[in-house]
Design a protein around this ligand. Sequence first.
Ligand code: FAD
Length: 290
Amino acid sequence: MKLLKTDVLIIGAGGAGMYASIAAAQSGKNILLADKSLISRGGATVMAQMTVAAAIGHEEADHWTHHLDDTIKSGQGLCNEELSSILCEEAVDRILEMSDWKTDWAGKDNRMSQVMAPGHSVKRCCYVDFLNTGPAISRTLRGEVAKQPNIKRASGLNIIDIIVDNNIVKGAIGLDIETGSYITIDTNAVVLAAGGLTRIFSRNSASLNMGGDAYALALRAGAELIDMEFVQFFPIGHLAPRLVGMDPIMWDPFRYKLGGRLLNGNREQFIENYGGADGKSPIVISEELR
Ligand SMILES: Cc1cc2nc3c(=O)[nH]c(=O)nc-3n(C[C@H](O)[C@H](O)[C@H](O)COP(=O)(O)OP(=O)(O)OC[C@H]3O[C@@H](n4cnc5c(N)ncnc54)[C@H](O)[C@@H]3O)c2cc1C
């Protein structure tokens, strides 16, 4: 069996994995960035088409603490406040960093355009252009990864197990999809960034690669899985006719214009029972993104 040695193994090369590999590479360690698909092209990141929220305040006065307040409020008491706080605070620098790395955010005169999105109280959501934000971020990160001499990239390498000895990670087993051969990876550190598990739903808007591998790898390695009910979903999807190149998820304005209703298994409209406003909600998507 072929043996690879690395200081850090990063499993999954979407936004999370590529960014983790760039950050880890700053330490001077050797990084192996493995993806069962092509680097930067296999998961949800390259499919994300709309916006990303960060309180950069280019469109309206804003601060990351307001972003945090909106997040906690929208989370209806279910958010992990520490993690939410890290996300809202660091989002600002990360988005500006993407700008330094030449992501072509929409805007003019060095000010990014920001739009409203559900759950936000000000225009906070940055975008590249309609349907292109995820691909643009993927391209940016792919370029930055390629600049790091100590990141080795392995496309078509499906990680199928993490080797643990006495609760300490020692390595991993990968399957080379092209040759069908197994590869042993000797490493002291593993970062799991293998995305979500939307493939468990028969109809979904995501990539076939999002089959929950990270959950299975972590569980078999002895980790405890928590908050399993938090699967990211958008409740409205478009089934037919097929809109080639269009995001199959559907924003509320489209739904209302087309007369769509959100029903539970008893065919009842239910959102209003939980503080929502089905059928009457204000149009939250901004003009810029229509
Ligand atoms: C259609 C769609 C639209 C979206 N729109 C938005 C939006 O407008 N704004 C927003 O903020 N978010 C949006 N999202 C959500 C967002 O894209 C994701 O939350 C985010 O990209 C997840 O990034 P990630 O790096 O964690 O995972 P991913 O980008 O999914 O990357 C995971 C990677 O792991 C690889 N992998 C999986 N298993 C293995 C394995 N065993 N071995 C090796 N590699 C493996 C996969 O091939 C994949 O490349 C959207 C998602 C979808 C699907």
